[in-house]
Design a protein around this ligand. Structure first.
Ligand code: ZN
Length: 269
């Protein structure tokens, strides 16, 4: 049994998942890292127990809701409840191996009755626009994932790569904003916002918009403690520190960003 899952961004919304079976494992046996978000949508929709309620489309959930749901299902169904993790230590030069206890992450998890309305004023080419900031939903994150894949077709740090990386960052900002006067249609709205953002004056208008969006997103924190960097989710977690560091009088734990890959959490064969 998987306990009913309250959406962290709207905790009175309850989602019922069923325990994955062999057939589900077969369905999700090939998971590509380049399609992490689209398979997450499929998995979270596929696993909903429709005998207990209507489908609640996970592409409309926030990125944090989705990662937290993966963790929730994993905790309820994994025997060990751990995810192995290793990193190269820059103190001693060796690789350290740790098991992350998924249950411990409960401490950093947060659910809210609803996300706050975060209003901001944005200067766009000298004109003030009213806007609202919100975390990206699954649909938006899937789009960013496609842009990241486009970027990764280029040689890292090449001119084309940088162009694609900037395009990705601008789309990310566009997806976090609802700007007064934007078109009704979702795709048209995205395009409209991207064009608007491109007319922002560098550095003042654009930098100030970046920091306003970032600040607002911090205020809407929910779900597990994660960090979204260049189209990927990372889990913010603590692991025992390298013995060499402790010897020198350092702290006993170190905070790490652990790649929050869907394939560690999705039941597969
Ligand atoms: Zn070390």
């Amino acid at each position: 049994m998987i306990p009913p899952f309250p959406l962290p961004s709207h905790m009175t919304t309850i989602v019922h998942f069923r325990v994955p079976n062999v057939e589900d494992g077969l369905t999700f046996c090939e998971l590509e890292e380049s399609q992490e978000e689209s398979s997450t949508t499929q998995y979270l929709n596929h696993l909903q127990d429709l005998s207990k309620g209507e489908l609640n489309d996970s592409s409309k959930w926030t990125g944090e809701d989705r990662r937290t749901a993966l963790w929730w299902i994993f905790m309820a169904t994994s025997e060990l409840g751990t995810v192995p993790f290793s990193y190269e230590c820059n103190t001693c030069g060796e690789t350290h191996y740790h098991d992350i206890y998924m249950y411990d992450l409960m401490e950093t998890a947060k659910a809210v009755p609803k996300l706050p309305e975060l209003k901001v004023e944005l200067a766009i080419n000298g004109v003030i626009h009213n806007a609202q900031v919100h975390p990206m939903n699954g649909e938006a994150i899937e789009e960013i994932e496609l842009l990241r894949n486009e970027r990764d077709e280029y040689e890292p740090q090449s001119l084309d790569w940088k162009r694609a990386a900037n395009e990705m960052a601008i789309h990310e900002m566009a997806h976090c904003l609802t700007i007064e006067g934007q078109p009704e249609d979702r795709d048209e709205a995205t395009q409209w916002k991207v064009e608007k953002i491109k007319t922002m004056r560098l550095p003042v208008e654009f930098m100030s918009a970046c920091s306003k969006v970032e600040k607002a997103l911090r205020e809407s924190r929910h779900g597990l403690l994660t960090k979204y960097v260049e189209g990927r989710y990372f889990l913010v977690t603590e692991v025992p520190e390298c013995p060499k560091v402790i010897e020198k009088g350092g702290k006993a734990v170190r905070t790490l960003l652990l790649p929050f890959h869907h394939h560690d959490y999705i039941a597969k064969i």
